[in-house]
Design a protein around this ligand. Sequence first.
Ligand code: NAD
Ligand code: WQD
Length: 339
Amino acid sequence: MGKILVTGGAGFIGSHTVVELVQAGKDVVVLDNLSNSSEKSLDRVATIVGKKIPFYKADILDRDALEEIFSKESIDAVIHFAGLKAVGESTQKPWEYYENNIAGTLTLVDVMRKHGCKNIIFSSSATVYGNPAFIPITEECPKGQCTNPYGWTKSMLEQILSDIQKADNEWNVILLRYFNPIGAHKSGTIGENPNGIPNNLMPYITQVAVGKRDHLSVFGNDYDTHDGTGVRDYIHVVDLAIGHVKALQKIEEKAGLKIYNLGTGHGYSVLDIVKNFEEANGVKIPYEIVGRRPGDIATCYADPGLAKKELGWEAKYGIREMCEDSWRWQKNNPNGFED
Ligand code: NAD
Ligand code: WQD
């Protein structure tokens, strides 16, 4: 296989995936508009892997820029992370989310097919299951009602990419439904770097631990779970990254259309995470129970059996390492990629 284009490769999951791809011997090109990331993450990736990764600062909505990249580089497959992902913001700016994520992907896919590149791995999300019909969630679980425009962009893009593959079986399309990625590379030099107040649990906890926030607000303790707080399937971002390397092998075997859950199969509550974080790192996380967050569900965890069977992939890292690695990144980089 020739080169792999990683869109959104400067971001959280993208940067970790670039590391694993290069270490697996793949030839990688990165595209990112840096709207939610820093080019410095790619300098850190270069230090980890010992070589610079070709980078294009470009937008997936910019057809001319995409044309230039596909003309210059012989790209055989695209791993498509680029997209906006803040759930709350998507309810305030639905147009921007549909434009960026859907129009952006349509433009990317059109340029791809014009250049004869019909292999794509797409970042989808467990959010497409809505309030899941059953737990643990297999890929057979029906898709549900999303509670926000972000989720709908993922659900709609799954449909769009599936229809494109069905109409032209030269396409290989792998939809990867991520559960809750946390953790960071062992080096502590790359990690999640949210703008402003974090929406997600783990970056909020690490910001409390580093003294940037006073305490964690736990959104509800009256769910039907073992301690009343929400249960999720947290997965180490390096495991997730390795899942993409495995998916790429599947593409090389002419996958057609495939859908895989990438999760661990274990559910942890908010308070389980707080406790594990405190024990793993010897830091106290003060918290306060507040009301439920609109749109949240009680429980969500994967049955990751299909990815194990068909990709030979399963998560290796447990919750303790996820907590240790998230903290190492935050502690060493209290201001993210800013010095
Ligand atoms: P991220 O924001 O760190 O990475 C996304 C990257 O895409 C950023 O670097 C951003 O600058 C870039 N980008 C956004 N719009 C772009 C555009 N129009 N053109 C070019 N680049 C653009 O987010 P992440 O957590 O690494 O997520 C990666 C992908 O995985 C996203 O598609 C996200 O929706 C999906 N996903 C994330 C999670 C999660 O919890 N982090 C869960 C499920 C799915
Ligand atoms: C986890 C748990 C919260 C913050 C979201 C998206 C999903 C996917 C992953 C992209 C829940 C609780 C959180 C806080 C809290 N992203 N919590 N206090 O909601 O499972 O999934 O990110 O695709 O689409 O919806 O993740 O980390 O926000 O929340 O109590 O300050 O932590 O209520 O139970 P979520 P999360």
